[in-house]
Design a protein around this ligand. Sequence first.
Ligand code: GTP
Ligand code: MG
Length: 200
Amino acid sequence: MTVNTATFVKSVADLTQLPEPNIPEFAFIGRSNVGKSSLINKLTNQKQLAKTSETPGKTQLINFFLVNKQWHLVDLPGYGYAKVPVEVKEKWVHLLRQYLLKRPNLLTVFLLIDIRHSPMSHDTEFLQWLGENDIPVSIVFTKADKLSAAKIKILVENYQAHILQSWDQLPPIFITSATTGKGRTELLSYISETAEIFKT
Ligand code: GTP
Ligand code: MG
């Protein structure tokens, strides 16, 4: 699948401002600094469509991008960033959860996890919450360029075993790098195939 066009639609700070839910939508979620915005840029072949930063907490609104005039990619604020005041953090989490629960055209949530980290409670709790609420989820490991293939294999197997402690079956899993483009083709194919479901 080829990305021909990718444009910024809007940023929203509350749920009354969401775009019409009339096309398939795919959201990217995960801890601050995990690489959500970078991956969206890589997928769309644009350097600065989604704003990235070395400082965690860069994305503070729900940002919508329109790809090939067919579906939305959604860049969400990161969770688990300690330096944001508690009130702000709670506001983000509330916004995030309400968006995820109420969006009828949301086809998949991509939960991003830094491949170098062993399972962390924020991620596993969030995964659990998505499952409990029947929100379709895929796991996307990021920053694969930082490790060898052998190391990645071991870490992914560990993670899978961890997930299977509380899940009957594994969600789709992707191994990506926004630096090298690893996993880009697989993720785009998955998105375009899943988007087809919306039409039927
Ligand atoms: P917030 O918006 O703060 O929640 O962060 P984010 O998840 O959107 O992360 P962002 O894309 O801004 O990336 C954070 C940092 O990680 C930046 O310095 C990126 O350059 C770096 N980064 C992101 N993806 C990769 C990757 O695949 N490989 C490497 N080596 N660095 C990456
Ligand atoms: Mg971001």
